[in-house]
Design a protein around this ligand. Structure first.
Ligand code: ADP
Length: 291
């Protein structure tokens, strides 16, 4: 399966949320969609799942315009929104059965899918638990099961790790990585470290523009030799590209992305994905991304 975003622009009344975004997504990819709050991530996810229509541009699924076939798309896409609106009084099994019927999955199919997904997500023991008594991680996994009912080929997850403890975060990331083998999985977040280990492709949005679309390795390579650390007694002015500042006994320890050595005593350090995102968002190392 291939989904092509062709020069997408989305305008709300008085705001351009996305500007001329083009990209091609394939099955087998786990796509990390990164951007600060307000960058346009949710808008892009809603366009991909036909909840919204683009103001201009086209989205093609295996060559067909999805705006013209929203009903087909709804069976192809599983969307897990930021908030899993749980029904606190329903048991997990009741909740999932209800959601399956809302999605139009036939009863027998729903029973089979729910029982195998509960097993895959290690939730068999929680099926009689009321949703209101489930932990954040259990609700999250139930939400992903919900998105997977009907076996969608495109799985969209908006900010998946909020409210999860570190162990649950790793578990959810591993599950998503497995699921991406035969699907397009898009995972949206503003926390870069959440997707560092699992994404095979990074889309970086900044103020509605796609400023990076390639592998995490390529992103890190862009910032190679441009990440520095140094200590100053104090720092009065604002500096561009600072990725962290820590107060130490010797002064302020600064990590900064910059093409030039920012201070005489600055030493180059290895770039992380987070440094590299900042580097590109500061306007360095960009290419123009088209199809
Ligand atoms: P993100 O998910 O990256 O935080 P969004 O897609 O939610 O970004 O928002 C992108 C921009 O569009 C923001 O400036 C936001 O305020 C604006 N926006 C989002 N939804 C609407 C709407 N329904 N009406 C007007 N502006 C909106």
């Amino acid at each position: 399966m291939e989904q092509v975003l062709e020069d997408i622009t989305k305008e709300y009344k008085d705001k351009t949320a996305l500007r001329n975004v083009s990209a091609t997504l394939h099955s087998g990819q786990l796509i990390g969609l990164i951007g600060k709050n307000g960058a346009g991530k949710t808008t892009l996810l809603k366009l991909i799942s036909t909840i919204l229509k683009p103001t201009s541009g086209r989205i093609l699924l295996d060559g067909q315009d999805i705006v013209k076939m929203p009903n087909v798309m709804r069976s192809v896409v599983g969307y897990l929104p930021q908030e899993v609106s749980a029904y606190p009084n329903l048991t997990m099994l009741e909740y999932l059965s209800y959601m399956a019927s809302v999605k139009g999955v036939k009863r027998k199919d729903a029973e089979n899918q729910i029982s195998s997904l509960l097993a895959a997500f290690h939730l068999q023991d929680a099926e009689s638990k009321r949703m209101g008594n489930c932990s954040g991680g259990m609700k999250q996994r139930a939400g992903i099961i919900c998105a997977l009912l009907g076996d969608p080929q495109i799985l969209i997850i908006d900010e998946p790790t909020t409210g999860l403890d570190p162990e649950e975060r790793v578990a959810v990331r591993n599950i998503l990585s497995r699921l991406s083998k035969e699907r397009i999985v898009i995972l949206s977040t503003h926390i870069v470290s959440d997707i560092e280990a699992v994404a095979s492709r990074i889309l970086l949005l900044q103020q509605g523009s796609l400023v990076f679309n390639d592998s995490p390795e390529e992103l890190i390579a862009r910032a190679k030799g441009c990440v520095w650390e140094y200590t100053l007694p104090s720092l009065q002015e604002d500096r561009k590209g600072i990725s962290s500042m820590v107060q130490t006994e010797r002064g302020i320890h600064i990590r900064q992305v910059s093409r030039e050595k920012p201070e005489e005593q600055a030493v180059p350090v290895k770039s992380t994905l987070e440094d590299a995102c900042l580097f590109v968002m500061e306007g360095y190392g960009r290419k123009r991304y088209r199809l």
